[in-house]
Design a binder for this molecule. Sequence first.
Ligand code: GLN
Length: 320
Amino acid sequence: ANKWEAQQVTEHLQRWVAYHREQASEGACASYIPALRRADPTQLGICMVGPSGNKVTAGDWEVPFTMQSISKVVSFIAACCHHGMAYVLDRVDVEPTGDAFNSIIRLEMHKPGKPFNPMINAGAITVSSLLPGSTPEQKLHYLYAIFQKITDSAPVINEEVFVSEWMHSHRNRALAHYLKDTGYLDCEVEEALEVYLKQCSIQVNTEQIALIGLVLALDGYHPLRGEQVLPKEVVRLAKALMLTCGMYDASGKFAAYVGLPAKSGVSGGIMTLVPPNLRSQSPFPGGCGIGIFGPAIDSCGNSVAGVSLLKQIVHEWDIS
Ligand code: GLN
C-alpha cells in the first residue's frame, strides 16, 4: 500500500512550486510573438496523474498555454502509427544535435538534408508533412483524433498564436523550403507549415499533457480507458527521443540531472513522465505523467522554474 496521502503530496508540491516560482526571474517569456510575450513570467503550475486517475496539482496548473514543441511528440507518434516506424525513420533521423531547436546549419551537412531528429523544427516539419491526408485539414484531423483519444478532450487551436506564428515563420519557412528541395517533405511547403504551426498552437493545460505523459509512461496503454491506444514500440522510440533530444540543446544536462524523458515548448510547458517502479518510494510507484507550465524560459527554450522544480521532485522522491 502506498504510504502517501494525496493531501501530503499536494502540500509538498505547493511548497516547492512557491519556492521554484522565484527561479523564474532568471528566464524570460518567449518574445518572438505578442501572445507569448504577454504571459506572466511568475506563473508556475504542475499536474501529476497516476494510473488510477489519481491526480495531484499545485500552482497555476489550470492556466491554458499552447503546446508548441510538445506537439512534436504527438505528431511523431501519429506519423509512425500511420506509416510504420521504418517509413518515418527513412525521412528523419534519431540523433541529438546540440544545436538550437530552429537551427538551419546542420541540415546541409547530413546525408544531404535529412533532418537529425523529430524534436527539432526541421524534423518536426518533415513529420507534419508525413501525416496522412492530402490537405492540412486531413493531416490535422488525424493528429487531433490521437490527441482526443488520449486526453478525452477535443483540441482547441489558439488562433491568435497561430496567426502570429504564421506571420513570424521566416526561419521555419526557410527550413521547409530546404526540406522540399531535398525531397523530405511529403506535401507542399505551405501545407507542411500550416500543419506544423497549427499543432504548435493547440491550447492545453498541465492536466492534458500529464495525461499524454501517463500513456507514454505505460508504453501506450491508457489506464483510464483500459485500452492500448498507441503501439508499444512507437511509444518506446518516442521516449528515447524525448530523453536524448526533448529539451533542445540542454537535453544532455536534463538527462543527467533529472533523468526522465521530457519534451518542452517555448511557451513554457514541459511534458514528462515516470515509468512504473514497484520499489519506488515516490507517491506514484505505478508511474505517472507530469505536466508543468512556467512561461519564463532560458536561452535553450526550457522553462527555468519548471526544470528547477523537476530537479527537486526527482531528488526528493528518488526518481530517475
Ligand atoms: N512554434 C515555434 C517554432 O516553431 C516554437 C517551437 C518550440 O516550442 N520550440 O519556432
